[in-house]
Design a protein around this ligand. Structure first.
Ligand SMILES: NC(=O)c1ccc[n+]([C@@H]2O[C@H](COP(=O)([O-])OP(=O)(O)OC[C@H]3O[C@@H](n4cnc5c(N)ncnc54)[C@H](OP(=O)(O)O)[C@@H]3O)[C@@H](O)[C@H]2O)c1
Length: 387
């Protein structure tokens, strides 16, 4: 039994603070034991007040570049939630500490180059120590990972086999991004500019399935008319992360979606005909990460913006004989922060309370699909349905 069920590392950041607030608002009076951690005690004390946490909430200081302090911290927890990013810059020592102390770890990583490198370096050690390391427990990539899992389960139930082709189609999404996400996008781009191997990992759909390469995947880089939904679709920025996680889930679970599985994600453009086409072309040209100016670390969408946000994603499974099944995943709040903070908190709770699972670097879809869907529907404003 560890001293704490959960430690939130990065509680002073924009997203970490929302995670702390979520636990305060939803798990007060529960038997959950948790602490907040970061590099600055003064800042942690400010957050404690700001989120209304009990004054007795333990505060732990550890800098991301101090392996001894990190190890002393991870040894005290069953699960560490980390929102200290960019993970490419600050993530490895914490992950290494969790692997060493056999502590479960959940993060919000949307940096495939980091994930690719960490799998190569720490997966075997995590298996040996029993540390359950789960990347991408936010909007990247839970709704996508578990949306594909949901529609494939239904195909297996109804047709006796999985669909070899699934299309993720983002029908609606309202929200903006934070300074931490902007910095992480920049850190990933900088790493790719410096190192061709990083660039290769970013464009390889199978970068997170070492030793396995499936069939050629739809590129999803140009607007196109999609007969399956009767609308124009445009490239979706997060696809580069989510598609890799979906393939990793399939890989880790022994290919329940088949070894010939093909998957892409696109944004559905508003409007019909030429209007839809023009909208898809406009979306394809937008890339907020291309700008030099973005929010600073610690900044992000206001409470009003978070509360007004939402998303709606369709997962269309196509069988070779022309039959198809669509699953829908919806979430309340803005995807990146309001919804993400709930998703990562519930992922950690799921590892504490609902699933055991073996050590290793895994995905939500591989280690806890059913239990996490139940939690997200019960507590986090998500719904998973078959149309
Ligand atoms: N996957 C998703 O859907 C999703 C959604 C949201 C966010 N994210 C990711 O989550 C990460 C955090 O985003 P954010 O907007 O919350 O970032 P943020 O506001 O900049 O917060 C970053 C946190 O990291 C801490 N930190 C920075 N350097 C540190 C160090 N050397 N030692 C210890 N702590 C350190 C900061 O501490 P101080 O307060 O002391 O500076 C702060 O607590 C980013 O990588 C972002 O891309 C992903």
């Amino acid at each position: 039994m560890a001293e704490f069920d959960i430690i939130i590392y990065g509680a002073t950041g924009f997203t970490g603070r929302l995670v702390a607030e979520y636990l305060v608002q939803n798990y007060a009076g529960d038997s959950l034991t948790w602490a907040m951690a970061g590099r600055s005690l003064t800042k942690l004390e400010e957050v404690l007040d700001a989120v209304g946490a009990p004054a007795t909430t333990p505060l732990i200081t550890a800098n991301a570049d101090d392996p001894a302090a990190l190890k002393a911290m991870t040894a005290r927890a069953t699960v560490v939630i980390t929102t200290v990013g960019p993970y490419t810059l600050y993530g490895e020592p914490l992950l290494a500490a969790c692997v060493e102390t056999g502590t479960a770890y959940v993060d919000l990583c949307g940096e495939p180059n980091f994930m690719h490198a960490m799998i190569a370096k720490y997966d075997a050690a995590a298996k040996a120590s029993g540390a359950r390391i789960v990347f991408s427990c936010g909007f990247d990539s839970i709704p996508f990972d578990l949306g594909v899992w949901t529609v494939e389960q239904e195909c297996i139930r109804r047709f006796g086999k999985p669909a070899p082709r699934v299309k993720g189609r983002v029908r609606a999404m309202k929200g903006t991004f934070s300074g931490g996400t902007f910095a992480s996008g920049k850190a990933t781009a900088a790493a790719a500019m410096k190192d061709p191997a990083v660039f290769k990992a970013l464009i390889d759909p199978f970068a997170l399935t070492p030793g396995f390469e499936g069939p050629s995947q739809p590129k999803g880089v140009l607007p196109e008319y999609d007969e399956a939904i009767g609308a124009w679709v445009a490239p979706f920025m997060m696809a580069v992360i989510n598609t890799k996680n979906v393939h990793r889930t399939n890989f880790l679970a022994g290919h329940p979606y088949g070894e010939d599985f093909r998957y892409d994600e696109m944004m559905v453009a508003p409007g019909l005909g030429d209007l839809g086409k023009a909208a898809a072309e406009a979306i394809a040209k937008m890339n907020p990460m291309n700008s030099d100016k973005g929010p600073a670390p610690g900044e992000g969408p206001s409470k009003e913006e978070r509360d007004a946000g939402h998303y709606d994603i369709a997962f269309i499974a196509e069988m070779p004989d022309g039959q198809s099944i669509t699953a829908t995943v919806k979430g309340d709040r803005d995807p990146g922060y309001g919804s993400t903070s709930k998703m990562i908190a519930e992922s950690a709770l799921c590892l504490v309370r609902d699933v055991k699972g073996e050590g290793g670097i895994t995905t939500p879809g591989a280690i806890m699909p059913e239990a996490l869907i139940k939690r997200l529907e019960a507590h986090a404003g998500l719904s998973f349905s078959i149309d």
